[in-house]
Design a binder for this molecule. Structure first.
Ligand code: 13P
Ligand code: SF4
Length: 377
């Protein structure tokens, strides 16, 4: 069918994405606003802090992944348009009301860290743990704990085996919950968040081992596996792993009174040199609570850092990136105003595009694991 892009207010026969992608950003604002108005409270737009300004300004709620999953569990809107990445939209579908539809404006907005753990590999690792006598199938022996940044299938895997999900803002509480059940934790997929959290609880580095899914027995000996308190999956965030200890030294040399604050997906060596560690929401709070005139170098995604730089400037607070070359999350960046406009205008036309739907069997156990996450704080 022919595709027509009509001015706001006129009927669009079929809203084809290609026609939107050629339009300039500035032409999207009025159309997004008009579509929002037409949809009223049937739609809620959620936006992660790493989204670009041209998109996040249309979010009804902005937050880190913990706050947004709380919000997706609360909203009664028919449609949840999630300006974030795939695993966040999946979680919103799991936590949402029945009949609600979750939409990800660009299906290519994934997460390279989440892609580093595939359910088949995780099941194969667990089988090895069972064979080695470290746990039984049901998780009596090891508590599986997955970071929010993972597929719904992995969340379900953890839920079914007595485990749970955490985000960077409640990882410490989730570790305590997990250790109250077993002496060992299997943490995936971010080795850095796992190591940083364990270390902050007083677990020495040598008690954490890294499971490499591409090596026989994860590249470990049976003795190493038996002795470990935490088995970390070999995954990382390509954005946060780029920050290095020398970036901390360099920025301190240039601004001796600067405070360095970083996301816990950064390497252990970077976190050790920092003055504070926090989830995206936690980092914002640290700056908000600081006295006027404070200076911060922040180790996290560049859109959030630049936004904080602008928002806190009137309070005379300086906010800069820890590394001058700035780290962009290319998948978060995929959500453009054009994609958002396309999604909303299709909804106005009664068409749901890019729906994210977790299969029912996966949903059940993923919800168990996510509900546990929302209970521990
Ligand atoms: P937050 O839990 O801080 O929102 O982190 C999500 C994420 O993907 C960070 O890279
Ligand atoms: Fe994934 Fe890293 Fe992007 Fe977060 S910043 S969504 S962990 S790739």
């Amino acid at each position: 069918m022919a595709t027509v892009i009509a001015p706001v207010g006129e009927r669009v026969e079929t809203c084809s994405l290609e026609n939107y992608l050629v339009l300039p950003d500035k032409s999207m604002d009025a159309r997004i606003r008009a579509a929002r108005q037409a949809l009223g409270d049937r739609v809620v737009v959620l936006g992660h802090h790493y989204q670009r300004d041209e998109v996040i300004r249309f979010a009804d709620f902005r937050g880190d992944s913990y706050k947004l999953s709380q919000e997706s569990g609360r909203t009664k809107a028919d449609y949840v348009v999630f300006c974030g990445v795939h695993f966040m939209a999946e979680s919103a579908d799991v936590l949402g009301q029945s009949g609600q539809q979750v939409i990800l404006p660009d299906l290519n907005a994934g997460c390279s860290m989440a892609d580093m753990a595939e359910i088949g590999q995780v099941e194969a690792a667990w089988e090895e743990f069972v064979k080695a006598g470290l746990t039984n199938e049901q998780g009596q022996g090891i508590t599986p704990l997955t970071y929010m940044n993972s597929t719904a299938a992995i969340k379900a895997f953890c839920g079914e085996r007595g485990g749970l999900v955490c985000t960077s803002s409640n990882a410490g509480a989730a570790f305590k919950w997990a250790f109250a059940r077993n002496e060992k934790i299997f943490f995936l997929p971010d080795q850095h968040l796992g190591r940083n959290t364990a270390y902050a609880m007083g677990i020495p580095l040598e008690d954490c081992v890294v499971w490499d899914p591409f090596k026989v027995l994860g590249g470990l000996t049976p003795e190493q596996l038996r002795a470990a308190k935490v088995i970390l999956w070999k995954g990382h965030c390509s954005v946060h792993q780029r920050f290095l200890p020398e970036h901390v030294d360099r920025v301190r040399e240039k601004y001796p009174d600067i405070r360095v604050i970083v996301h816990p997906e950064c390497r252990w060596e970077v976190c050790q040199k920092a003055d504070g560690i926090g989830s995206t929401e936690g980092l914002i709070k640290m700056i908000k609570d600081a006295p006027a005139g404070s200076k911060f170098a922040v180790g996290t995604e560049i859109h959030l850092v630049n936004r904080m730089g602008k928002e806190f400037a009137p309070e005379n607070k300086k906010v800069i990136t820890l590394d001058d070359s700035g780290c962009l999350c290319t998948t978060m960046f995929r959500i453009s105003p054009q994609h958002l406009c396309w999604t909303l205008e299709n909804l106005v036309e009664g068409q749901v595009v890019n729906r994210i739907q977790v299969p029912d069997d996966v949903k059940h156990w993923a919800k168990v694991a996510l509900d546990r996450m929302l209970e521990v704080r």
